[in-house]
Design a binder for this molecule. Structure first.
Ligand SMILES: Nc1ncnc2c1ncn2[C@@H]1O[C@H](COP(=O)(O)OP(=O)(O)O)[C@@H](O)[C@H]1O
Ligand SMILES: [Mg+2]
Length: 238
């Protein structure tokens, strides 16, 4: 077994026995920001959901911190240290920011620990402190995305998985949200993110994988991928 934090080996995934992931392998080492990039429908979210334990591969293996977790359900993955922020934010729209955040730490029963984590995410996202008692659906898209990331951090994950953060955000906000991802990483959380915004994602990543119709077609350092002709032609319109 490899010494990576997360090791995905040759997974195949299907919906109602229709295969959509055809043997994907990838690794995330402790401390990295790894980006999986690719077009709409390539299989990014399916890969993320499978790692998070929301669905299980029909073939292949997943290991986290040296332990086999291929069939581990999502609630158990959270206690092992993986937090998944799904595509489209999925906040509880009628609940306040604080209530949404506290749901992210539902595995923790100690009130003072929860309060400590709230203060941590408020220091990372000061706007959420101001909006703490506001109902989630009344916030802007950018604020909702910050709330979704903050909720993902409330379980104090070792690996934070972020699905398509940029969706529906204007470019200046995308940049801001990605800067916060870098800050979260600097503070010690390993990051696996997927993005259709290939250039933006690779600019903050250490390594990347390019996914196309359920297969990894290219991988390497983020810098090499950014300079690669095929990546530039296919995803950056250059
Ligand atoms: N719930 C689902 N049921 C059936 N097919 C799905 C479902 N979700 C995704 N798919 C299909 O799986 C493939 C990969 O989708 P997805 O993982 O969502 O791609 P991406 O996140 O890269 O846009 C697509 O062909 C998509 O239509
Ligand atoms: Mg997706």
């Amino acid at each position: 077994m490899s010494d990576a934090m997360l090791s995905v080996s040759q997974i195949h995934c299907a919906y109602d026995s229709v295969p959509v992931i055809h043997g994907i392998s990838l690794e995330v080492k402790e401390g990295e920001i790894v980006a999986i990039v690719g077009a709409n429908g390539a299989g990014k979210s399916t890969t993320m959901r499978t790692i998070a334990g929301l669905m299980h591969p029909i073939k292949g293996h997943i290991a986290f911190l040296g332990e086999e977790v291929t069939q581990t359900p999502s609630y158990a993955m959270i206690t092992k240290g993986i937090s998944y922020v799904p595509e489209g934010r999925r906040l509880f729209s009628k609940l306040t920011v604080r209530e949404n955040l506290e749901l992210g730490s539902y595995t923790e029963k100690n009130r003072s620990v929860i309060d400590e984590r709230l203060e941590e995410v408020f220091s990372l996202f000061p706007i959420l402190k101001k909006r703490a008692n506001q109902v989630a659906e009344t916030m802007s898209g950018g604020e909702q995305q910050m709330c979704a990331i903050a909720r993902g951090l409330m379980s104090r994950p070792k690996l934070l998985m972020l699905d398509e953060l940029s969706l529906g955000l204007m470019p200046s906000l995308v940049e801001k949200v990605l800067e916060t991802v870098v800050e979260i990483n600097r503070k010690g959380t390993t990051i696996l993110l997927v993005e259709q915004m290939v250039q933006e994602a690779l600019e903050i990543a250490s390594r990347g994988y390019v996914i196309q119709t359920g297969r990894i077609v290219q991988e390497g350092s983020a810098r090499d991928l950014l300079e690669s002709d095929s990546v530039r032609k296919a995803y950056m319109g250059l």
